[in-house]
Every structure is written in structure tokens, then in C-alpha cells.
Design a protein around this ligand. Structure first.
Ligand SMILES: C[S@@+](CC[C@H](N)C(=O)[O-])C[C@H]1O[C@@H](n2cnc3c(N)ncnc32)[C@H](O)[C@@H]1O
Length: 293
């Protein structure tokens, strides 16, 4: 059974101690130590990210909410609409990138062990859910990090529909940003980042955070639309339209040279490609690959 853990919501501006959970106000119960995560997955027990009461946390990466000075105030009405739009409106795009994603996920998942921790940075509505069901080890600890709290419920539905529960994966959705990931140093086996580096406020800080949370040998899987390096006219249009895109699409930039930032980050190796995606105008060209710490 799929474990959909309590959303670790940290409303913008509130310090971490403002987190609410069902246990606030009373003494924490003794923490059982003899249940393992598989038992919890099978039994479908809940997990409280705030106080770490349930024992499954023993086998899951610990989440520590962190406020970021770079997180802009959010508009819940816009966030709801954007989440709805992302859930319904990206089918053609997802179909176009599916072969690339499929190959990347197969490669990444093929080298992970059971119960590895994978961070979905800017998880959104979790369009990548199906790739975790298609191949790879069972029992992954998947942590979605996103500042838009309206994304989580779509992510959970999409995870369930993709059959991630049948593969024993657990899904936790944490409020947070890439610039201050709510995970400890060297706690993740992989970070997945699709269409998120276009949106983060500080890409270099976000990439440094990904390096920080990855274990040695950990993988950073990325697929992002970028500024054209080969079509001057397209690049000029992308630069011109970026201010509108930023307003309309929650900070999405069309004019970023993301691969340069990834190559300049502290990854040990970057295996990447730059390719054109027909029919997606300014959301093209695309870079994709796996960098390793
Ligand atoms: C275009 S969506 C992509 C979502 C998903 N990864 C996908 O492939 O469809 C960008 C996502 O990044 C999230 N986001 C925005 N700012 C962010 C930040 N600073 N750190 C992490 N995620 C952020 C948005 O809320 C949104 O869910």
C-alpha cells in the first residue's frame, strides 16, 4: 500500500517551530524502534514529518524544514490555478520528452538499491511518477520538495494512479525550495529535477544544495528547457518573452543557460545532451542528463 505521508508544510515566513501536526500540545509518545519501514508500508501507517513519531522514519530520510530568504511570498489562488494547469496542460510535452526521461530514469534507477532516498526537486504534480513504477528497485523513499502547496494533492493522486504503492515506494511531499532543501548532508541517493531549474530564484545555490544532500556517488537527473545556443532568432525571442513567462508561469525563465550552471557546480561528472524538441516553441531546446557527485 502506498504510504502518502503527512505534508510537511512550512507556510512562507513562519519559522520551523510553527509547524503543526497532530501531536502538538502533548508529550511525544515513546518512539517504537522495532517496526521497520516495510512493515509500515504494508500496513499503511501514517508518518508525521513534524515530530518524527512513527517508526518508519527510522528507514526514511529525516526531513528538517528550513526557511529560505529567497522564497518569495506566494499567492494561494495563483498556486491553485497553476497546479491545476500543470496537471492537465502538459500531456503533449510529457509525451514528447517521455523517451528521454524513460532512458534517464532506467539508468538512474538501475543503479539504486531498495529503500534508496530520491528527492524530486520542484515535484509539481509529479508527472515523473510513472517512471518509478516502470523499473528499478522497490521500496524507494521519494521526497517531493515544492513551495506550491497546491501541487501535493495532484502528486499524491498521480503517484497512486501510477501504481507506486504496488512497488512499495513511499511518497512524502515537503514544503520547501531548492535553495534550502529540507534534508541533511549526504542523505539522498538521487535528486530528480525536471523543469524546475528554470524557476528557482537562485540556480547556483540550488545546485549547491543538490550536491550537499547527495551521498558520494549520488546522482542528479535533470531535464530542462534552456536558451537556444544555435538559433539566434529564437534566443532573442526567448530573452524578450522571459518577463511575461516569469509572470504567467510562476517564475519560469526561458533565457537560462542551465547546462553551464550544472557544469560549473561541484559535480564530479556531468553526462548531458542538448537537443531540439519539435513543436514547443520557446520551451525548447532541452538539456537532459545525469550528473554525479
Ligand atoms: C514547471 S514546474 C515543474 C514541475 C515538475 N518537476 C514537472 O516536471 O512538471 C516547476 C515547479 O517548481 C516549483 N518551484 C518553484 N520555485 C521553486 C524553488 N525555488 N525550489 C523548488 N521548486 C520550486 C513550482 O512550484 C513547480 O511545481
Amino acid at each position: 500500500m502506498l504510504l502518502v505521508a503527512a505534508s510537511l508544510a512550512l507556510p512562507h515566513g513562519l519559522p520551523p517551530q510553527s509547524l503543526q501536526c497532530g501531536r502538538v500540545g502533548g508529550p511525544p509518545p515513546p518512539r517504537p524502534r522495532d517496526l521497520d519501514r516495510r512493515a509500515v508500508l504494508a500496513g499503511g501507517l501514517g508518518f508525521c514529518g513534524c515530530c518524527g513519531i512513527a517508526s518508519p522514519a527510522d528507514a526514511l530520510a529525516t526531513l528538517t524544514p528550513r526557511a529560505s530568504d529567497l522564497e518569495a511570498p506566494r499567492n494561494p489562488v495563483f498556486d491553485r490555478g497553476f497546479a491545476r494547469g500543470m496537471n492537465g496542460g502538459m500531456a503533449d510535452y510529457e509525451a514528447a520528452v517521455a523517451p528521454k526521461k524513460k532512458a534517464l530514469f532506467a539508468k538512474m534507477l538501475g543503479s539504486l538499491k531498495e529503500e534508496s532516498t530520491v528527492v524530486e526537486l520542484g515535484m509539481g504534480t509529479f508527472p515523473n511518477a510513472g517512471f518509478y513504477a516502470a523499473s528499478g528497485p522497490r521500496g524507494l523513499d521519494i521526497v517531493g520538495v515544492d513551495p506550491n502547496d497546491s501541487m501535493g494533492r495532484y502528486a499524491e493522486v498521480n503517484a497512486a494512479q501510477a501504481g507506486l504503492g504496488e512497488r512499495g515506494h513511499s511518497i512524502r511531499v515537503a514544503h520547501g525550495v531548492g535553495e534550502a532543501l529540507p534534508l541533511a548532508d549526504r542523505s539522498a541517493d538521487a535528486v530528480v529535477c525536471t523543469l524546475t531549474l528554470c524557476t528557482v530564484v537562485d540556480m547556483d545555490r540550488t545546485l549547491a544544495e543538490c550536491v550537499r544532500v547527495l551521498k558520494p556517488g549520488g546522482q542528479f537527473l535533470f531535464l530542462e528547457h534552456v536558451l537556444s545556443e544555435t538559433d539566434k532568432g529564437l534566443a532573442e525571442a526567448q530573452i524578450k518573452f522571459t518577463p511575461f513567462q516569469v509572470q504567467a508561469a510562476d517564475g519560469c525563465h526561458l533565457d537560462r543557460r542551465t547546462l553551464q550552471n550544472i557544469k560549473a557546480a561541484a559535480f564530479k561528472s556531468v553526462d548531458s545532451e542538448y537537443f531540439d524538441l519539435d513543436g514547443f516553441l520557446y520551451l525548447n531546446p532541452t538539456i537532459a542528463g545525469i550528473a554525479t557527485v
